[in-house]
Write a protein that binds this ligand. Structure first.
Ligand code: GLU
Length: 504
């Protein structure tokens, strides 16, 4: 078998949907596993759907997720150019080939004429039953056709589908899909108006020229596959036709149907990898990156939406996935998008992640709050507090008290924990705290304070709760002496003094 070559071929029509990310991931895993190559191709032949910035967005998203290509747009390679709009000259020859072999014809029907036919014939389809009633090179003389073209009349090239032929799409996930050619229409393959082929022709020609061996893509493209099989036949490329694998849809978390951006808005989770600013509407949609997810968590979560390793292993790195992935284990049924599970993965990966890396991410939120923080202190906060959150962006609201000293004290906590004898006890505690030097010695400071409580016969709860209240303003935070180790001696004493002056 030759080298495995797969491609991810998005159209730059907006933000990359999370389902598209999964398609790309599966292509990547499959390529890596087989020592093959992954191509990044931009399918931008439909100028009416082109959205500026979309291509750059897709590139940035996949970079963030750690998916690298071997060749393609922004990567280079010797099968380029990889943007279809730059391949005009390449396609023309293949359009002519189909015209010459009689597998395609020229059609002049205007939008208005097609509309009139649709009104005249119920469920109109441009095919063997109707094509002879239309204005095309099958119903006109060659001279007439030439004349119209010479006069600059716009035309399209349509594929000529022979009715009643059995087409079989061999799909590695679905098995053999049988289709009768009579249900297909004579799809437009080329438009003279913009001198560009449509998706169907460009997709097939490019897969062939780029020597693609496997087409792994979303289920929404399965209806196009019979035509693609036919085109391979018409071009005489059956020998090198890629193998197909159509991935089942991602489904709504609740109910049935395809996962949409609206589900994300409604239930509060992103459906895009990065925040997306729609250049047309100005709308901003949330992204996994900005919402505080780690790329490795998103990868792991997505990998398991529609595939499983055959056992109940859940945590898998990219390397594990490359080793374990298989198209045979991709499910035929759609996968429910369980975003709570996504959060769970993120929580797991946060615990494994390097604290410095998380600190740098948290730093952005701290700076946005106008606070200048020391990175080593942020790292300590992350170390002791990250087990309490699922998302990085939850860290700052939970931990702001490390940088912002309390100016008030939670009333309920005071009522419950600040007893008549507490003030004098806390004055004593201040003395003890001032006499201890090394606040970074968590265990040392803890046993020192506990020994003092014991010696005095003070209940631990009666001491530690008000102590915490003085430092935090409420009864939350990490373990008591982790807290003092982060605040340090000076800040701890300052907060005690302030609290003693207020809680008298
Ligand atoms: N351009 C198509 C898309 O936007 C690619 C379909 C395919 O992979 O064949 O998804």
């Amino acid at each position: 078998m030759g080298k495995v070559r797969v491609r991810f071929a998005p159209s730059p029509t907006g933000a990359l949907h999370i389902g598209g990310v999964r398609t790309c991931l599966y292509n990547y895993l499959f390529a890596k596993q087989n020592g093959g190559e992954l191509i990044f191709r931009i399918e931008d032949t439909d100028s009416t759907r082109f959205v500026p910035g979309a291509e750059q967005y897709i590139i940035e998203s996949l970079e963030w997720l750690g998916i690298k290509f071997d060749e393609g747009v922004s990567y280079g390679g010797d099968h380029g150019p990889y943007r279809q709009s730059e391949r005009r000259d390449i396609y023309r020859k293949y359009v002519d080939q189909l015209l010459e072999s009689g597998h395609a014809y020229i059609a002049f029907d205007t939008a208005a004429e097609l509309e009139a036919k649709r009104n005249e014939i119920k469920n109109f389809q441009y095919d063997a039953t109707t094509r002879m009633q239309m204005r095309n090179s099958l119903t006109m003389s060659a001279a007439e056709v030439k004349n119209l073209i010479d006069n600059g009349e716009k035309y399209v090239v349509r594929v000529l589908i022979e009715p009643n032929e059995e087409i079989i799409v061999h799909d590695l996930i679905r098995g053999d899909v049988h289709v009768n050619s009579s249900i297909l229409d004579d799809k437009v393959l080329y438009k003279s108006a913009d001198n560009l082929p449509t998706y169907h022709l460009a997709n097939i020609v490019d897969d062939h020229l780029m020597e693609v061996t496997y087409v792994i893509r979303g289920e929404e493209w399965l209806p196009s596959a019979p035509l693609h099989v036919l085109l391979y036949r018409y071009f005489g490329w059956e020998e090198s036709m890629p193998q197909f694998a159509h991935l089942a849809l991602l489904l709504k978390p609740d109910g049935n149907g395809k996962l949409s951006k609206r589900d994300g808005d409604r239930l509060g989770f992103p459906v895009f990898p990065l925040e997306w600013h729609d250049p047309k509407t100005g709308d901003i949609s949330s992204g996994y990156r900005e919402s505080g997810y780690l790329p490795e968590a998103v990868i792991n979560f997505l990998a398991l939406l529609g595939w499983n390793p055959g056992n109940d292993q859940e945590l898998m790195t990219m390397d594990d996935l490359v080793r374990l992935f298989s198209l045979e284990r991709c499910s035929k049924a759609g996968a429910k998008f369980d975003f709570e599970k996504g959060k769970w993965f993120n929580k797991e990966y946060l615990q494994l992640a390097d604290n410095h890396r998380i600190a740098l991410m948290m730093m952005k939120d701290i700076e946005a709050a106008g606070i200048h923080a020391d990175i080593s202190m942020v790292e300590d906060v992350v170390k002791y507090m990250k087990s309490r959150v699922s998302l990085i962006k939850e860290l700052w609201p939970l931990c702001s008290f490390f940088w912002i000293a309390p100016t008030g004290f939670d009333e309920k906590a005071v009522a419950k924990r600040w007893k008549p004898e507490t003030h004098s006890m806390m004055c004593e505690l201040r003395e003890k705290a001032a006499a201890w030097e090394d606040y970074s010695d968590i265990e040392g400071f803890e046993s020192y304070m506990k020994a003092w409580c014991e010696e005095k016969g003070y209940g631990l709860g009666n001491v530690m709760n008000p102590f915490r209240l003085m430092l935090v303003g409420e009864l939350k935070g990490p373990a008591m002496f982790e807290l003092t180790s982060i605040l340090g001696k000076e800040e701890t004493l300052r907060r005690i003094d302030y609290a003693l002056s207020k809680l008298n």
